[in-house]
Design a protein around this ligand. Structure first.
Ligand code: FDA
Length: 396
């Protein structure tokens, strides 16, 4: 039977990083994945250019039922540490919005750095390999694995679960990590697709679909959070950074407030009426908002075709109300099919924030997204994968 010091299940962001850093410490490491390629999500992330970290990352950018859990790991392996690594490999990268670092050319360049480091570290990577059973022993675990239809048994002292969340099942996402956690007595917080487009109710969906491709800067408010970023109309409802961000805080059935023109207030409209009385309201709005959006507004507030001089204060108030409570008629989300992350997961109250070892089963570790730690949109989730993977690697 083959023996390893460490076996890591899941060759995604956190697993690859943990494997490399544990092997650099001299541990004999095997990392396995049931997919035919390592790091598939890295390749599709950030529109193919992977937003691999955020220089501002701090615990406040993460949702977790145990809010202090992520502090230590984020401190021990920071965005600057990761930048130092990619600089050593001369990765070309760009800062798109402040703090958000993306590969300049392709996410392939970042994955190639991670795989080069993995090779240098001497860790063994096996793809097309699944775990059939885990047998906990006095010293670690015995695993029955299946690689390309050949079954074998392996032994390890430390077993690391890095199987990620449930988003994008077509890329190999499974609930395997949650099942393993439950088997040894862990609590798992209910999971939900997040950083995900919102779908509209059928009637409104048909209207909004007419605007598909139109983007505007909005303010989205839900669950005590506010995001002022762009929104994009889609064939199914709405998406774009503001919408993805708010889904970390909103869920179907709860209030969601969308202000499609946060700069336009009653005061500013009254002032415009004084300054440009002969201008029609819709012509004015067409300078402030996308034309197709103003056309939809004109079909719902027919008086917008009037000149400002003919418009009453009540009408301007109704316009502000329309803008600040824009009706996207949220129905639900597009779900795991297109979600970037999974909210919920393994309860971090039962996992050491220093070593990432389970408090229920000695020798078992959880890292990355399988844990109940979810970052905002903007490179935070990969930073969590690097930080948690690095932290666990020092102890496995
Ligand atoms: P990850 O999902 O990376 O890896 C899990 C691995 O486990 C996979 O390789 C999978 O095949 C394997 N696995 C699962 N079940 C298994 C089983 N039963 N047996 C064996 N192997 C198994 N974040 C960010 O910070 N910036 C960004 O730009 C983006 N963009 C982005 C776009 C899209 C479309 C998605 C879906 C996600 C993002 N993210 C992101 C989120 C980011 O990709 C995610 O948070 C990390 O990849 C999580 O890293 P993990 O290692 O935890 O899981």
């Amino acid at each position: 039977m083959e023996k390893f010091d460490v076996v890591i299940i899941g060759a995604g962001a956190s697993g690859l990083f943990c494997a490399t850093n544990a092997a650099y410490r001299g541990r004999k490491v095997l990392i396995l994945d049931h997919a035919n390629k390592a790091g598939k999500k890295i390749l599709m992330s950030g529109g193919g250019r992977c937003n691999f970290t955020n220089m501002d990352a701090s615990p406040k950018h993460f949702l977790c039922n145990n809010p202090h859990f992520c502090i230590s790991a984020l401190k021990r392996y920071t965005p600057s540490d990761f930048v130092e690594l990619v600089d050593r490999h001369a990765l070309d990268y760009v800062e798109k919005t402040p703090g958000q670092l993306f590969c300049k050319d392709s996410a392939k360049d970042l994955l190639s750095i991670l795989l080069t480091e993995l090779e240098w570290s001497g860790a063994d990577l096996r793809l097309n390999t699944s775990v059939k059973s885990i047998d906990w022993q006095e010293q670690g675990a015995k695993l029955t694995i299946n690689q390309n239809n050949t079954q074998s048994e392996i032994q390890c002292e430390s077993l690391v679960i890095a199987t990620g969340g449930l988003s994008i099942p077509s890329m190999g996402a499974t609930g395997f990590g949650y099942e393993i956690a439950k088997q040894v007595g862990h609590s798992v917080y209910p999971t939900r697709a997040s950083l995900v487009p919102i779908t509209a109710q059928p009637d409104r969906k048909a209207q909004l679909a007419e605007l598909s491709g139109v983007a505007c800067d909005i303010e989205a408010t839900a669950g005590g959070a506010v995001f002022k970023e762009p929104m994009l109309f889609t064939h199914r409802g709405v998406s774009g950074p503001a919408i993805l961000q708010i889904t970390n805080f909103w869920q179907p059935g709860e209030p969601l407030k969308i202000h499609i023109a946060p700069e336009l207030t009653l005061e500013s409209l009254v002032k415009t009426r004084e300054e440009q009385p002969k201008k029609t309201v819709e012509n004015y709005l067409a300078n402030e908002l996308p034309k197709r959006l103003v056309e939809l507004m004109g079909s719902e507030l027919t008086w917008l075709s009037q000149k400002f001089a003919q418009v009453s204060n009540e009408q301007l108030e109704s316009l502000v109300n329309y803008l600040s409570n824009f009706d996207v008629a949220p129905n639900g989300t597009e779900g795991y099919r297109t979600a970037e992350v999974t909210l919920g997961g393994v309860d971090t109250n039962e996992v050491s924030s220093k070593t990432f070892e389970s408090q229920k089963q000695k020798g078992l570790y959880f890292i990355g997204e399988v844990l109940d730690v979810t970052g905002w949109l903007g490179g935070y989730n990969f930073q969590w994968a690097w930080s948690s993977g690095f932290a666990a690697a020092q102890f496995v």
